[in-house]
Design a protein. Structure first.
Length: 164
């Protein structure tokens, strides 16, 4: 019985690390809608120390809301539409003010944790989000390639900004 208790304690401690607050948050891309009223924001966040975790979070939010960190739950101005553990490439394309196309290449061990196809759920303006999985390249390594297309505006691999 003691053997089980000794094993269970480290497992429980390790499980709590995955739920920890991020130690680091970077904004990798800010992609405005064609009318500049909304922003698609791609965050990378990590935490958990030696047994760490990392994820990409794509959010939609009003352009007049400061870009500070991914939302932790529903409500408020910003909403997460995608959470993924790994990604090699993100291509964001605003087809219209109410339609965002997101193409993502995941490595073989990447996990999509959350996907949401509409923003906001109960607001005045609905934005449809469509997702396409791109073919991953096993030779492709960090850093993740990011692009934004919004009307005539094209943004490719801007420098990331650390927010925490």
């Amino acid at each position: 019985m003691r053997f089980f208790v000794l094993i269970a304690i480290p497992l429980a401690a390790g499980a709590s690390i995955d739920c920890s607050e991020p130690d680091r948050i970077d904004v990798m891309l800010e992609c405005p809608s064609p009318d500049r009223s909304l922003l698609a924001v791609l965050f990378w966040q990590a935490g958990g120390g030696a047994a760490g975790w990392a994820e990409f979070v794509l959010t939609l939010q009003p352009a007049n809301v400061p870009v500070t960190r991914p939302p932790t739950g529903p409500g408020g101005g910003a909403e997460a539409v995608l959470r993924a553990s790994h990604a090699q490439k993100f291509e964001l394309n605003w087809d219209a003010n109410d339609h965002l196309s997101v193409s993502v290449a995941y490595p073989d061990l990447g996990t999509v944790l959350y996907l949401f196809h509409q923003y906001p759920m109960n607001g005045k303006r609905q934005v449809r989000v469509t997702f396409t999985e791109l073919e991953s390249d096993p030779r492709d390594v960090m850093p993740t390639h990011v692009t934004c297309q919004s009307g005539s505006l094209r943004i490719e691999n801007p420098p990331s900004k650390r927010v925490k």
